[in-house]
Design a protein around this ligand. Structure first.
Ligand SMILES: [Zn+2]
Length: 166
């Protein structure tokens, strides 16, 4: 067992209040520092969510600062994992059952996102009363930032994605 595993096991045994173990649910780890609350917003965990949610911001780890979110009693859909990747491309999603991590996956930026982000163009058909979900093609530009192009009106969005969640 590596030193790191031993250390995290000890933390679990102590039931550390800072990063309390959860019984069933999801741990989103390695979130870009400062994005934890936006991650909760994009997966619709807000005031109507009644289970325990723990948020750790700027947690020091071997890989540097990160945010961590633990959500009791919720597993994420593919769509939610894709949404998280837009905010935090290095995040990992751990599914916990009976206090054990049964699955750990790295988020992957999708080629296209549907129904998550609202088009900036007020005249876009996805903003009309038509029953049409928003749809964006995702490209990474040379700076590493993500570029989203609306499939209907070709509007392009770069920054402040989090301001336009549906
Ligand atoms: Zn549009």
């Amino acid at each position: 067992m590596s030193e790191k595993n031993t250390r995290s096991k000890k933390l679990g045994d102590k039931n550390d209040l800072r990063i309390k173990a959860i019984e069933n649910g999801t741990v989103i780890d390695h979130i870009t520092p400062g994005q934890a609350l936006n991650v909760l917003k994009i997966i619709s965990v807000g005031e109507n969510f009644k289970n325990t949610v723990s948020v750790v911001m700027n947690a020091g780890g071997a890989r540097g600062d990160k945010d961590v979110v633990k959500i009791e009693g919720k597993e994420l859909t593919e769509k939610e994992v894709a949404a998280i990747s837009l905010l935090s491309p290095k995040a990992t999603v751990n599914i916990i059952r009976d206090f054990i991590v049964i699955e750990k996956k790295q988020v992957k930026t999708p080629e296209c996102v549907n129904g998550i982000i609202k088009c900036l163009n007020p005249n876009c058909i996805s903003n009309s009363n038509e029953p049409i979900d928003s749809r964006f093609f995702v490209k990474e530009c040379h700076t590493g930032a993500l570029l989203l192009r609306c499939a209907y009106c070709e509007s392009v969005m770069t920054e402040n994605l989090m301001m336009n969640f549906k």
